[in-house]
Design a protein around this ligand. Structure first.
Ligand code: BYC
Ligand code: FE
Ligand code: FE
Length: 473
């Protein structure tokens, strides 16, 4: 196990105190990070005690400490999973050779680009969510939001460490740029689309943590299979934290869905909105919107970038080392559906060029499992409606389907048909205004807003009515 230094200015298990130059550079970045956190991080309860988990080691089972902490005092640290002895490159042209501890010159720029794109999403999500706590449906939910926020902050640290440690001057410049771009700012936006969308209500937040953080799970999984070992180790530890973000999103959605079903059964004429709930058709529209946006995050169906990343070993497939026996992905194809005139025609594409599609399909399968659990909840609540994921061609802005219109079942439709149906499939301004109108803070311990069911249990063995955020200052 690696040594943990938790009492240093930057907690770490990378022996930072033995690399004074790196330590000094990161200690110089630290106040800029804190300024960023204060100006565009959580704007509500920003100085209150919050019951948070802090990573203190990478030991399975014992890696986290739970206690009250004021967010600006959170100990953001640099933690890499322990090295795997004898680890070899999992996939691509160099499969089976020893992993790299330094960045090979020929891959320097691409690798830096991948790390910057990954890094950029972390602060972006914190910015998107910075006002949400003002309308928290409970202290429990506010705490979960803050937990996700501080850990996305730590994920930024994880990537900035790689930029500083392995990319010299360019890396330091990129680290500064990461604090300069802003989610949704037309002049200096974040890199990927979904990270410029507003996140101003809790249905959106739970869709985001369920679907967008899950993109994170799969992208981090692909990077955990990287030939560049420090990146792999960083991502492996980030995935440990990510599990909670996905829990927040999945159970948050389930609680809203459950409440919708309960209100539907009891409200006069089943009018959920009439009694201040979020109705299932509205929830379905938000699912359609966020799932399709998140599919875009995997890049084009057919991508030479993706082929190059795989060939060079920079990214692997999901669980490349564990789940595959053939790691070259050469002389194999994957069927990709193209639009030709008014038909959808499948073509066999070289597997390496379809790596984005392979990862996207693994992601979609994971999402299907989540939706099946929500539908189980609907069954338990005794209503016949179900939530469905739209087809992967529906409402796309990136890739080969973005030039055409499809219905949620994936059928090619005309622009006129789309215009007629878009308001049925996607949230309208009126839907968003309605959802927003419900966003009123509920800050009494153990109480929940009317549109969301209470969770089954609290955090880390604490009761649901625990004071997860101390509101008295
Ligand atoms: N929006 O060859 P293509 C997370 C660009 S989430 C805007 O199809 P490629 C988190 C693309 O950059 C995980 N632009 O794409 C979640 C390229 O531009 P250039 C984030 C887009 O490169 C919640 C061009 O279009 N991690 O951690 O094969 C909270 C052609 O692209 C988009 C990563 O993404 C888009 N949606 O694949 C907090 C991993 N899609 O280079 C955190 C690192 C594509 O021609 N990123 N473009 O100018 C990658 O591996 C790849 O860059 C991508 C794109 C998978 C994103
Ligand atoms: Fe993250
Ligand atoms: Fe996350």
């Amino acid at each position: 196990m690696s040594t943990i230094a938790t009492d240093e200015r930057i907690p770490n298990n990378v022996d930072l105190s033995h690399d004074k130059r790196l330590q000094r550079a990161l200690e110089k970045w630290q106040p800029a990070y804190l300024d960023w956190w204060r100006s565009v991080g959580p704007q509500v309860f920003s100085e209150n005690d919050v019951y948070l988990r802090t990573a203190i080691s990478t030991e399975p089972g014992g890696w986290a400490n739970f206690d009250y902490v004021k967010m600006p005092d959170y100990r953001w640290g640099i933690f890499l999973a322990d090295p795997e002895p004898g680890r070899v490159i999992p996939g691509g042209d160099h499969a089976g050779k020893p992993v790299w501890q330094e960045v090979p010159g020929e891959y320097r720029n691409v690798l830096k680009r991948i790390i910057v794109v990954q890094a950029d999403t972390e602060p972006a999500s914190v910015e998107q969510q910075r006002w949400l706590a003002a309308t928290a449906p409970s202290l429990y939910d506010a705490r979960n939001l803050f937990q996700v926020n501080v850990e996305e902050g730590r994920h930024l640290w994880a990537m900035v460490y790689l930029l500083h440690a392995y990319f010299g001057r360019d890396g330091r410049d990129e680290a500064d740029e990461l604090l300069a771009r802003r989610a949704g700012d037309p002049d200096k936006p974040r890199i990927l689309d979904a990270f410029n969308q507003p996140c101003e209500d809790w249905l959106t937040f739970h869709c985001f943590t369920c679907f967008t953080d899950r993109d994170g799970k799969f992208q981090l999984g692909a990077l955990a299979e990287s030939a560049f070992d420090p990146l792999s180790r960083t991502c492996r530890f980030m995935l440990t934290e990510e599990a909670h973000h996905l829990f927040v999103g999945e159970t948050g959605m389930e609680r809203i869905i459950r409440r919708a079903a309960q209100l539907q059964r009891t409200a006069p004429e089943g009018d959920v909105r009439g009694v201040g709930g979020i109705d299932l058709p509205t929830i379905q529209k938000y699912v359609n919107y966020w799932f399709s946006y998140c599919l875009d995050l995997f890049g084009s169906e057919v991508s030479t970038n993706a082929a190059d990343y795989f060939a060079s070993g920079l990214k692997g497939r999901w669980r490349e080392a564990k789940d595959y026996t053939e790691h070259g992905a050469l002389h194999q194809t994957r069927r990709v559906d193209y639009v030709e005139g008014d038909k959808i025609v499948g073509h066999d594409v070289a597997l390496r060029n379809a790596m984005n599609e392979v990862l996207r399909a693994d992601y979609a399968e994971d999402c299907e499992r989540v939706v099946a659990r929500w539908n189980k909840a609907l069954e338990e609540e005794g209503v016949s409606e179900r939530i469905h994921l739209p087809h992967n061609r529906f409402h796309r802005r990136q890739g080969i389907y973005s030039e055409h219109r499809f219905d949620p079942q994936g059928n090619l439709i005309s622009q006129a048909e789309w215009d007629r149906m878009a308001d049925v499939w996607l949230p309208t301004d009126a839907d968003r205004a309605y959802v927003k109108s419900l966003m009123k803070p509920v800050l009494e311990p153990g109480k929940f807003a009317n549109y969301i069911a209470a969770p089954k249990r609290g955090i880390h063995g604490q009761p649901v009515e625990f004071e997860y955020v101390r509101t008295d200052g």
